[in-house]
Design a protein. Structure first.
Ligand SMILES: Nc1ncnc2c1ncn2[C@@H]1O[C@H](COP(=O)(O)OP(=O)(O)OP(=O)(O)O)[C@@H](O)[C@H]1O
Ligand SMILES: O=C(O)C1=C[C@@H](O)[C@@H](O)[C@H](O)C1
Ligand SMILES: [Mg+2]
Length: 176
C-alpha cells in the first residue's frame, strides 16, 4: 500500500485544490481534515473555534490520529496542523509531508475571509501566521513545493517525488 500524501501550508496555500487534482490523477482517496472534523462533530470549524481554540485543537489532534491509519489517501490538513508536533508525528507514520509554500501576496488575491475564524479581522493576520509558522512548516516537511506556478506542475512534482523518481527544480528534498 502506498504512503499517504500529506499537504501542509498556510490557509489559501492551495492544499485542497491541489489535493483534489492529485486524487484525480493518481486515484488515491482525498480527504480534507477540516471537512472530516465537521462531518464527525456535526459542527462547523467556526462554531468549534468559538467554543475555544484549545477545544478545536484537541478535536483536530484526535482527527489526525484517526487519519494517520488511512492508506492511499491524500490529506489536505488544516493550516494549524503544525501547532502540535504530535499531529506531524502521527501523520508521518504512514505519510510523506509536502509543504505547499505560497507567497502571502498570492494568497490574499485568491481567498476571502468571511468563513475563516483566524482571518475574520482581515488579511493582516495571515502575515503574522506566515511569520509564526514558516519554520514549523519547513521543519515538518519531507519535501517543499513552491506554489508559484500552475497547480498541474505542483501535482507533477509531488507525484515524481512520491513514486521515488526525484526531480530537479524548485521542489526539493528538504535538507532540514
Ligand atoms: N497555483 C495556483 N494557481 C491558481 N490558483 C491557485 C493556485 N494555488 C491556489 N490557487 C487558488 O487559491 C485559492 C485557495 O486555494 P485552496 O482553497 O486550495 O487553499 P487551501 O490551502 O486549501 O486553503 P484553506 O484550507 O485555508 O481554505 C483557490 O481559489 C485556488 O484555486
Ligand atoms: O490556520 C489555522 O490555524 C486554521 C486553518 C483552517 O484550515 C482551520 O483548521 C481552522 O480555521 C484553523
Ligand atoms: Mg482547504
Amino acid at each position: 500500500m502506498g504512503k499517504n500524501i500529506i499537504l501542509i501550508g498556510l490557509p489559501g496555500a492551495g492544499k485542497t485544490t491541489l489535493g483534489k487534482l492529485l486524487s484525480n490523477i493518481i486515484g488515491y482517496r482525498f480527504i480534507d481534515s477540516d471537512a472530516f472534523i465537521e462531518e464527525k462533530t456535526g459542527k462547523s470549524i467556526t462554531d468549534l473555534f468559538q467554543i475555544g481554540e484549545d477545544y478545536f485543537r484537541n478535536i483536530e489532534s484526535d482527527a489526525y490520529k484517526e487519519i494517520a491509519d488511512f492508506e492511499d489517501t491524500i490529506v489536505s490538513t488544516g493550516g494549524g496542523v503544525v501547532k502540535r508536533n504530535e499531529n506531524i508525528v502521527a501523520l508521518k507514520q504512514n505519510g510523506t509531508v509536502y509543504y505547499i509554500d505560497r507567497a502571502v501576496e498570492d494568497i490574499t488575491h485568491d481567498i476571502e475571509v468571511s468563513h475563516r475564524p483566524l482571518l475574520k479581522d482581515g488579511f493582516e493576520r495571515i502575515y503574522a501566521l506566515k511569520a509564526e509558522r514558516e519554520a514549523l512548516y519547513q521543519d515538518a516537511a519531507d519535501f517543499v513545493v513552491k506554489n508559484d506556478k500552475p497547480l498541474e506542475e505542483l501535482a507533477a512534482e509531488i507525484i515524481a517525488h512520491h513514486i521515488g523518481a526525484g526531480k530537479e527544480g524548485e521542489a526539493h528534498d528538504n535538507p532540514q
